[in-house]
Design a protein around this ligand. Structure first.
Ligand SMILES: Cc1ncc(COP(=O)(O)O)c(C=O)c1O
Length: 381
């Protein structure tokens, strides 16, 4: 297994900037650029093996996404981003007028907007879960589940601005007691925090690869549990939803059987460049190992918390092990100006909802965190 410091060399920026902003986007690995260049050159040389290689790569990528969340490759579909996966699942569930989707009040809009639009269009009810401290509790979820008509819980796994991680096992157990389908947006955790989707029994997971998975925009995945796949009938399919045995010599046949697993959701010829981008990210995530990554991130965030606890700043993220994640947010005096000051000094974080969001990954080091803390101490206010 490669050391995490060796993996630092996979990025171009590590020599000149401290990047703690993986909750916004994952920096492009050097290998991604190389793969894109290689593919472009092959196109220019009219290389006829690109299609077959890309189909093989697609299968490999699905297996790799599946490994990260402990599922099987054929249960995973490649999707362009989180939103597309979300819509595929919600539309495919064909909910009936009067049925209810439970949605946290504090959510990333990629979940809230599709839910609210679908509800308007299909005459569904939406029940918003209150999030007084930036997250909902199991008790409030229980109350919502007891009300008649509850059909789906659409929720993030990790909340985008304070990093609160919901306990998927508990949530799924509870929802399934009421026959409620769980759609989980894994975007703010998968790749950095271990998730065992199979063990949890979650029905559907959607996740773009552009953040913690270093896969850039235009690629991500959707996982559907084998039971759930029978409930989700996509509003549209593609020619690749049918089983051609990966041989495309006789395309006039209309009797090709439709897949019954994740391949049912294939959406036509894939953007081959995006497959390469996803590949480069996945190679790194698997080389680092998600459990090791999470341990490393927790140590870095502990370092920061220790300092913040004796500073004028207030931590907004949970400290409970089962609700922690790779994101730590804090707020306090002149927070906007502090964020600008840090950016000016080449420390990349985000300002979200009046909090500085710190989101390190496996290749960040304790020395970088010490420098970051030293910079906060020097902030003139
Ligand atoms: C929780 C969460 N889900 C989804 C997204 C993005 O959705 P999409 O991949 O559709 O752009 C973000 C942030 O960009 C997010 O924080």
């Amino acid at each position: 297994m490669k050391s995490l410091t060796a993996l630092r060399r996979a990025f171009a920026h590590t020599g000149h900037a401290v990047f703690f902003d993986h909750a916004s986007y994952g920096p492009l690995p050097k290998k991604a650029r190389q793969l894109i260049d290689e593919l472009a050159a092959r196109y220019q040389q009219l290389d006829r093996t690109i299609d077959q290689d890309s189909f093989n790569l697609l299968r490999q990528i699905k297996r790799d996404f599946a490994r990260i969340i402990h599922t099987r490759g054929d249960e995973v579909s490649f999707v362009p981003n989180t939103t597309t996966g979300t819509n595929l699942v919600l539309l495919g569930l064909a909910l009936r007028r009067g049925e209810r989707i439970i949605l946290p009040r504090v959510e990333f809009p990629s979940l809230s907007y599709p839910v609210l639009y679908l509800a308007r269009r299909q005459g569904l009810q939406v029940e918003m879960l209150h999030c007084p401290d930036g997250f909902y509790t199991l008790d409030s979820l229980k109350k919502a589940l007891r009300r008649k008509g509850a059909a789906v819980l659409a929720t993030s796994w990790v909340q985008y601005f304070n990093g609160y991680r919901y306990d998927v096992d508990e949530i799924v157990k509870l929802c399934h007691e009421y026959g409620v389908f769980v759609l989980l947006d894994g975007m703010q955790g998968i790749g950095a925090v271990p998730l065992d989707a199979k063990k949890s029994g979650v029905d559907a997971v959607v996740c773009g690869a552009a953040k913690w998975l270093f896969g850039s925009t235009g690629g991500g995945f959707m996982y559907l549990d084998p039971q759930a796949v029978r409930r989700v009938t996509p509003a549209s399919i593609s020619w690749l939803s049918a089983d051609w045995g990966y041989s495309f010599g006789d395309l006039q046949r209309l009797d090709r059987p439709l897949y019954t697993d994740g391949r049912f959701f294939e959406w036509g010829t894939y953007p081959y460049y995006n497959l390469r981008l996803a590949q480069a990210g996945l190679e790194l995530i698997l080389a680092a190992g998600v459990s090791r990554t999470y341990r490393q991130i927790c140590l870095l965030l502990d370092q920061l918390m220790k300092f913040l606890d004796h500073s004028p700043y207030v931590i907004a993220s949970s400290r409970e092990p089962q609700h922690r994640s790779a994101i730590l947010s804090f707020t306090g005096p002149a927070i906007g100006r502090l964020h600008q000051y840090l950016t000016d000094h080449k420390f990349r974080t985000s300002l979200r909802e009046q909090h500085i969001r710190v989101a390190p990954h496996f290749y960040n080091t304790p020395a970088e965190m010490r420098k970051f803390i030293a910079a906060i101490k020097k902030f003139p206010g």
